[in-house]
Design a protein around this ligand. Structure first.
Ligand code: AHM
Ligand code: MG
Length: 340
């Protein structure tokens, strides 16, 4: 029977970088590169987590920059910091050549990396950033793509590929603890930051999303602007009695709850904005990749998120994501075969 100290040691050596190597089952150059890449993403996450934890004390950490980002949204100072953290964590590493971000109209080129790596990293550096001022959960979302060889690099057309081709995807959740969840296409695994070690330690491997859950998660303030199908799903959820509503305003936090406990998250299009709000390439795609890896579903309502061929880096997409049975209920309301 191992002692508690031995069990502690066995737990603490299961770090993120070691786990990535285990996922590849080898020490090939590809495995080493992915391990190093995940380590640098984790470093950006640690920098962001540290700044968030002290934001109320650091002069100039909170508030808005006065700039408007590519989405036409007011940029928070923490958005800008998080974006810089990802760029600086990845430059001069040889790991990714281009970085696409919600906060930048055109991708950042990391030219010194390009002779070594052709990979691209796509990020929402700080998702749900309107939560920051109130000290609520936020996240970072990431996706890794191999640019297509047969498509021109001009206008980044070589990155406009369906989410099914993602090589890796994940998110970092800045909550009561900082958690990193990722997949390289071999299941979904979560890690918790141990601040005393400065390492992400494996906390749950091969996460499976429950087939059904009781949570529906969406901003009901937009009720009058939705299609009849979405309105009918909400009426159905209200009348059915077994649903409960949870919405934090941060997709990463709401998705994380559903990944672990089941249910459905929705950000549908509205009459004014049929594409909804969320971005395909660095919000919907990475979470759809994780959802499918965990046995769940992600759809626009008419098409699997991962099958969409993008037409631009920053395009928006309606998102319905979560447990298989709950998503099917939404789809049946949309097609009219399930009524409240
Ligand atoms: P952001 O990336 O600009 O923060 O926007 C994405 C966020 C999601 O995290 C969240 O689910 C949603 O926007 C909240 O939007 P709304 O206030 O319209 O419900
Ligand atoms: Mg954001």
């Amino acid at each position: 029977m191992p002692s508690s100290a031995e069990r502690e040691i066995a737990r603490d050596v299961l770090t993120l970088s070691r786990h990535v190597l285990q996922q590849f089952g080898s020490f090939t150059a590809e495995a080493q590169d992915f391990s190093a890449l995940m380590n640098r993403i984790a470093l950006a996450g640690k920098m962001i987590a540290r700044r968030l934890s002290q934001a109320g004390l650091i002069e100039g950490a909170l508030g808005v920059t006065g700039n408007v980002n590519v989405q036409g949204e007011e940029q928070q100072r923490m958005d800008e910091y998080a974006n810089r953290a990802f760029i600086r964590a990845l430059e001069q590493t040889g790991l990714v050549c281009r970085l696409v971000s919600e906060e930048m109209k055109t991708p950042a080129r990391l030219p010194e990396n390009c002779s070594l790596s052709r990979l691209a990293l796509l990020v929402d550096p700080l998702d749900g950033s309107s939560n920051i001022e109130a000290n609520l959960s936020v996240g970072s979302i990431f996706s890794v793509l191999q640019p297509l060889e047969d498509r021109p690099e001009a206008d980044h057309q070589d990155l406009l590929q369906p989410g099914r081709r993602q090589l890796a995807a994940g998110y970092i959740l800045y909550g009561p603890s900082t958690q990193l969840v990722y997949s390289v296409g071999k299941g979904v695994h979560s890690f918790t930051l141990d601040p005393s070690l400065g390492e992400f330690i494996l906390s749950q491997s091969d996460i499976r999303i429950p087939e059904r859950g009781s949570v529906y998660s969406l901003n009901e303030g937009y009720f009058c602007q939705w299609s009849e199908g979405i309105q009918n799903f909400i009426r159905y959820a209200h009348r059915q009695g077994s649903y409960t509503s949870r919405y934090s305003g941060a997709l990463v936090a709401d998705f994380h709850r559903i990944l672990l406990q089941g249910g459905v998250y929705l950000y549908p299009g509205t009459r004014q904005k049929p594409e909804g709000k969320l971005r395909l390439m660095y919000e919907a795609n990475p979470l759809a990749f994780l959802a499918e890896q965990a046995g769940g579903v992600a759809t626009t309502g008419t098409e699997a998120i991962l099958d969409i061929v993008p037409h631009s880096l920053h395009q928006r997409v309606p998102l319905i994501i979560g447990s298989r049975e709950n998503v099917e209920e939404v789809l049946r309301c949309l097609e009219g075969s399930l009524r409240p």
